[in-house]
Design a binder for this molecule. Structure first.
Ligand code: FES
Ligand code: FE
Length: 434
């Protein structure tokens, strides 16, 4: 029996029931209704540049392999052998010619096709067995400006429709020049004892926490660069299909780049005019603002810090965080390395800002062990700019002021739509204009 999510998620009034961050039946429904349906970020193209390159990750709790085949195609398939179900690949990333299962030795190509197995002749003598029916189960794959996405849902709309006009915002990071972007080598992995929706709602629109949670770290490190400047002046939240971005148009370069690094700020300043010419004034200004964003349901980024991360669920109270540093390909090695160092010092497991966040999400989750605690509501109703006209013409549902729970309510509205839908036919998509 499915759970009545609408009674737990009152996004209109900003009242969210704590049980959605704890209950295992709700979590099982999320795996089916949200994770098995959405498009998910699985890799940056730069991570699987040539034949044989692969990385492993998860879509929901389904382990997947992302691999570049000989014909240059990028393939995403279940990391699960169709013979007796063993995991096929145990490495996080690498280069390989084929995946051979440890158990009985079935061998799969980089496109997931079953190429052979020990004692092949036994299968040749087996009536009705066809190798082409028993490859690794494949997902649909599409890319957007270097980012590789996959879904196991045959009915899902195209990636373009799924992202909708959120692409306009993404271009402010992914399309600033003709050379594109890349991930610096390596994946940072850490485990948090929190429900995956805490980091997701934090990145979709909770800059509010930076004023308090990150105050000490910002004072200690960013003082010279002006600290973390967050206000509702000239700042907005935008939401499209549950994806969200909060940003300032104040062009405050002081804290835009990682840790206020002077050389990165100089680099960005030097590019400002060309980027503004390419993308227009608004996105030229976003370059220099503190901002965060989320692609529904669990792929987040901080443009200033250029950290990209996925919040992979491991049960209702655990989340595996994978993160990377994205850089413009045209930047010098010196600038790229400064970005890497900055991201490590701020948003890595040892980073001063990430540690602050993780502790909050864990305690917010684990408190729900208490029966009375978990039956309380959480307040998501902050709405200081209600009804105020937005003086800018930008894509999506745009709300004035970053210090506002608007994007988080729209995230939970989307979450409820997925949780209640029988199929993609019941899930609305915003009209695209850009
Ligand atoms: Fe993989 Fe048997 S389980 S070859
Ligand atoms: Fe934070």
């Amino acid at each position: 029996m499915s759970i009545d999510i609408r009674s737990l998620v009152d996004h209109k009034n900003g009242l969210i029931d704590r049980r959605i961050f704890w209950d295992d039946a709700i979590y099982q429904q999320e795996l089916k209704q949200v994770f098995a349906r959405c498009w998910h970020f699985v890799a940056h193209e730069s991570q699987v540049k040539s034949f044989g390159d692969f990385i492993t990750t998860y879509i929901g709790e389904d382990a997947v392999i992302v691999a570049r085949a000989k014909d240059k195609s990028i393939n995403v398939m279940l990391n699960a052998c169709p013979h007796r179900g063993n995991k096929v690949c145990f490495a996080g990333e690498g280069k390989i010619r084929s995946f051979v299962c440890n158990y009985h030795g079935w061998a799969f190509g980089l496109d997931g096709a079953l190429n052979g197995m020990p004692a092949n002749e036994l299968y040749d003598q087996t009536e009705g067995f066809k190798k082409e029916d028993w490859g690794l189960h494949r997902a649909r794959v599409e890319t957007y400006k270097g980012l590789v996405f996959a879904t196991f849902d045959e009915e899902a709309p195209s990636l373009g429709e799924y992202l909708g006009d959120f692409r306009w915002y993404l271009d402010a990071i992914l399309d600033v020049d003709d050379k594109g972007t890349e991930f610096l080598p390596g994946t940072t992995r850490s485990l948090l004892k929190c429900n995956w929706k805490y980091p997701a709602d934090n990145f979709v629109g909770d800059i509010y926490h930076a004023l308090w949670t990150h105050l000490g770290a910002a004072e200690a490190t960013l003082k010279e660069a002006g600290g973390i400047v967050v206000s509702n002046e000239n700042s907005y939240q935008a939401s499209v299909n549950g994806h969200g971005w909060e940003f300032s148009l104040a062009n405050n370069f002081g804290n835009a780049a990682t840790m206020g690094d002077k050389d990165i700020i100089k680099y960005l300043r030097a590019r400002e005019a060309e980027i503004t010419k390419r993308l227009g004034e608004a996105r030229g200004k976003m370059l220099g603002s503190v901002a965060s964003g989320l692609i529904f349901p669990n792929f987040a980024f901080l443009p200033g810090y250029l950290t990209f991360r996925t919040f992979l669920p491991k049960g209702p109270t655990e989340t595996e965080l994978h993160s990377w540093t994205l850089v413009p390909s045209e930047a010098s090695d010196e600038i790229k390395d400064k970005w890497r160092l900055g991201a490590m010092r701020t948003f890595s497991p040892s980073g001063i800002l990430e540690m602050d966040d993780g502790e909050n999400w864990e305690h917010a989750t684990l408190g729900n062990a208490g029966y009375v605690t978990r039956n309380q509501k959480l307040f998501y109703g902050m709405d200081p700019t209600k009804g105020e006209a937005v003086p800018v013409d930008l894509p999506g549902t745009v709300t004035k002021g970053q210090l506002n729970d608007a994007n988080q309510r729209l995230f939970f509205k989307r979450y409820a739509e997925f949780m209640e839908a029988d199929s993609w036919a019941d899930i609305p998509l915003a009209e695209t204009k850009y």
